[in-house]
Design a protein around this ligand. Structure first.
Ligand SMILES: [Cu+2]
Length: 109
């Protein structure tokens, strides 16, 4: 009788976990695009989750960068793009090294 109860309990635990797992995996990694146009990052703030990818596209004739303390796109010429896969949570402020007045922010949470 006690063994039967344990078997029932074990079955209940096993049958719960697949649902919990699929609830987690429904959040697929997303790709966010930041366009660099008219000397601005658009959108200026990107909210992402760990595992997401952010791609910067330079639509200006002038070269730009997306440079934070933690990462750097290096020089992006016209129509070039650069992708970053974010893994760490936090707020990452970045600038263009050629035009430091250009500012953007990536918030990973
Ligand atoms: Cu620039």
């Amino acid at each position: 009788m006690v063994a039967g109860l344990w078997a029932l309990l074990a079955f209940a635990l096993v049958s719960v976990s697949p649902g919990a797992l699929s609830a987690k995996t429904t959040t697929k990694p997303q790709e966010h695009v930041v366009e660099i146009h008219h000397f601005k990052f658009s959108p200026a703030t990107v909210e992402a989750k760990p595992g997401d990818t952010i791609t910067w596209k330079n639509l200006d004739a002038a070269p730009h960068t997306a440079t934070a303390k933690q990462w750097d796109s290096a020089k992006l010429n016209h129509s070039q793009s650069w992708s970053l896969k974010v893994t760490d949570k936090g707020t990452f402020e970045y600038i263009c090294t050629y035009h430091p007045a250009m500012k953007g922010k990536v918030v990973v949470k």
